[in-house]
Every structure is written in structure tokens, then in C-alpha cells.
Design a protein around this ligand. Structure first.
Ligand SMILES: *Cc1c(COP(=O)(O)O)cnc(C)c1O
Length: 376
């Protein structure tokens, strides 16, 4: 008999989602926009402690609109961490701007302030910085923000993976001019697919709603003086989000327990380290990751193969953007003399199953397989 499937991070629904969706059906608010969208925006903004939010079809759409709203265009340089998912930087290319990839630091795996500082020597006129909070761990926000302020560069936070993560008591995504959240299928809360753009700047968020609904000018006839998009979240999807938000704290608690359990289970194995959590932050522990010590004969592929053979889903670390064929022509800035931190984490790490529905037995199964490689 096939062993029970264990997932990396699958949706967890609770019931309230369906009630909000049913309400939308019952009142015929199925069409785009409606009360769930407004309420989801307000509830999410309140949770994150930010004044304004617009619900969108995807986190990627939110990053794209952020760049449009800040006037990033043809030939503009945008600094993005190399160690991230491609959605962080694809929208830079949609606008014919130029991503320049920045190496990671070891303390949080996020954009290195030193490498960012170095990047300005080559690109003093960079137009924007997109900061990512990888796997839910807050980046070094104080340091990065100080550099952005001093250089007069606008900061966009890609908080797609860090909904529920805080830095010095403030929610990630609320430090920059604009922040983005994702509610994609495997994120900590999901709407099946969706995203959000947040800011303290009401004008920017109002304008994002305008651009996201085909940029129709305020005239009775259909008039357009700008290029728009169809990026708004539907009222059905927002209903799922409202239900999920009620359980965000509970999801986070479970994710943190999973991380703590792995950490404890591998504490006696010198060859294994867990992904670092920012000591100034409260991470949502979206995905628990481990790295294998340098010089160890075990490789991530060996462990992932063994887990997959047992019907256990896992995933490599995001392959750095500066190593991607599609971004082959882009520059990469590191302060390492040889190689890069991003590549080293990619080579030695992988993501452990972090599904909040994992039972104690599931966790034991995973841990037993991983440990077996390191016990001689
Ligand atoms: C998921 C993700 C996105 C994109 O979000 P979507 O809602 O899937 O478009 C962007 N950046 C990072 C780092 C992500 O993990």
C-alpha cells in the first residue's frame, strides 16, 4: 500500500471560508469586487497595522503595480535579492527595467546590506529596492531602510512569504513605500490565488485600484488615458481570504511548532543546521529549511530523493536568480571573494515538509528518514 502523502505546505480550510463565499452567492455578489473585497482589505490592513490595502489577483500583480505606481520604467535599475522566487523580479522586466541581483547575508538569508551598499558604487541612480522576507524570516530591515533612505531610493517589500511575520513588533511589508502579500495556494493563508498591495499612502492605493480595473477614466463613456490591467481580486476569492485570516495566528503557531520540532530533532547532528530566524523578528516559519554542513558527504538531493520515495513532498531552496538562464545577462553583486552566499545556501539546503496538518507520526517519519543519513 502506498504510504500516506505528506505535503510541503498545502491549503488548510476551516469552514468560515465557505460561509463568506456562500454569503456572496446568496446576495449575488459573485461578480468582481463587492463587500468581501472591501472587508478583506480592511481586515488584512488592520491585522498588519497599515492604513490602506488593495486586494489583487496575485502577489505578482501587486509587485507589478508597485513598480508602475513608483514610475519604474525603461532602463531603470532595480535591486532585488538573488535568492528568491522569480515572481519577485519578473515584473521588473515587464516594465523594461533592469534587475540587478544582490547577494544574501547568512544571518537571515535575505538581501545583504553590505552587498546592497556595494551595488550603489556601480549603480548610484538605482530607482528602487525590492526586499524579500524569505521563507517568512524578516530581512535586516533597519540596515536596508537606512541605506535606502540615505540613497533616496524607494523601498518595496515583497512580503509574499511573510504574512504574519513581524520585525521589532511591526508587520513585514509595512516598512517600505509599498508592500505586497500573496495568498497563493501554498502560502501561510490562501485564497486559492490572490495578492494584496499595502501602503500608508492613500493616493498610491487608490491609484492601484484604478490601474487594476483597466484604468478607466472618470467619464461615462469608456475613456482611457493610461494602460490598465485586470488585476482585481474577485468577491468570491476575497471571501476565502476573510475566512483564512481568522486562522492566521493559529497557522503561524503550528508553523513555528514544526520549525521548533525539527530544530530539536536535529540538534545533536552537527551536519544539520536549520534556516536562521532573525533575532529582531517574529517569523511565521512558513517553510522550515535545513542546510547540510560543508564537507559532509550527504547532499540535499540524496535526502530529498529518500523523502520523495516515501511519498513525502520537499523542495530545493529557490535557485538564485543570477544563475537562471532567463536572467543570464543581469548583473550580480556580492561581497564574497569567491562564489556567493545565495549559491552556497542553494547548494547545501532544501525545504522540509512544513504542512500544518502534519501529525506527530508524520513528523516522526520525516525526521527518522533525515536523521538516518547522518547516523553512522
Ligand atoms: C509566492 C511569491 C510571490 C508571488 O505571489 P503570487 O501570489 O503567487 O503571484 C512573490 N514573491 C515571493 C517571494 C513568493 O514566494
Amino acid at each position: 500500500m502506498e504510504k500516506k502523502r505528506i505535503y510541503l505546505s498545502s491549503p488548510t480550510m476551516h469552514g468560515e471560508e465557505q460561509e463568506f463565499v456562500k454569503e456572496a452567492f446568496d446576495t449575488n455578489w459573485v461578480a468582481p469586487l463587492g463587500p468581501n473585497v472591501n472587508a478583506f482589505e480592511q481586515e488584512m490592513a488592520q491585522y498588519a497595522g497599515i492604513s490602506h490595502a488593495s486586494a489583487l489577483s496575485a502577489g505578482t500583480a501587486a509587485i507589478h503595480l508597485a513598480l508602475r505606481l513608483l514610475g519604474v520604467g525603461q532602463g531603470d535599475v532595480v535591486f532585488v535579492p538573488s535568492l528568491t522566487f522569480s515572481a519577485s523580479c519578473n515584473p521588473v522586466v515587464y516594465e523594461n527595467a533592469v534587475p540587478v541581483f544582490i547577494d544574501s547575508e547568512r544571518d537571515t538569508w535575505n538581501m545583504s546590506p553590505e552587498a546592497l551598499e556595494k551595488a550603489y558604487e556601480k549603480y548610484p541612480d538605482a530607482k528602487a529596492v525590492i526586499l524579500v522576507h524569505l521563507y517568512g524570516t524578516p530581512a535586516k530591515l533597519d540596515e536596508i531602510r537606512e541605506i535606502c533612505d540615505r540613497r533616496g531610493t524607494v523601498l518595496i517589500e515583497d512580503a509574499a512569504e511573510s504574512v504574519g511575520s513581524f520585525y521589532k513588533g511591526k508587520h513585514t511589508g509595512t516598512f517600505g513605500k509599498l508592500g505586497i502579500f500573496s495568498f497563493n495556494g501554498n502560502k501561510i493563508i490562501t485564497t486559492s490565488g490572490g495578492g494584496m498591495l499595502v501602503s500608508e499612502d492613500k493616493e498610491l492605493i487608490d491609484k492601484s485600484r484604478f490601474l487594476a480595473t483597466q484604468a478607466r477614466d472618470p467619464a461615462r463613456h469608456y475613456q482611457h488615458s493610461q494602460i490598465g490591467y485586470n488585476y482585481r481580486m474577485s468577491n468570491i476569492v476575497a471571501g476565502i481570504g476573510r475566512g483564512q485570516l481568522l486562522h492566521l495566528e493559529e497557522h503561524k503557531k503550528r508553523k513555528k511548532e514544526i520549525y521548533a520540532q525539527y530544530k530539536e530533532a536535529f540538534a545533536d547532528i552537527p551536519g544539520i543546521s536549520m534556516n536562521p530566524l532573525n533575532t529582531d523578528g517574529d517569523a511565521n516559519c512558513w517553510l522550515s529549511c535545513m542546510t547540510i554542513a560543508e564537507g559532509c558527504s550527504v547532499t540535499p538531493d540524496m535526502v530529498m530523493d529518500a523523502l520523495e520515495k516515501e511519498n513525502i513532498e520537499c523542495r530545493p531552496i529557490w535557485k538564485p536568480m543570477h544563475l537562471q538562464p532567463v536572467f543570464g545577462d543581469c548583473d550580480f553583486i556580492t561581497v564574497q571573494e569567491q562564489g556567493s552566499v545565495a549559491e552556497d545556501i542553494f547548494n547545501r539546503g532544501f525545504c522540509l515538509p512544513s504542512d500544518i496538518k502534519n501529525t506527530a507520526e508524520d513528523m516522526e517519519r520525516i525526521i527518522r528518514i533525515v536523521r538516518s543519513f547522518f547516523l553512522s
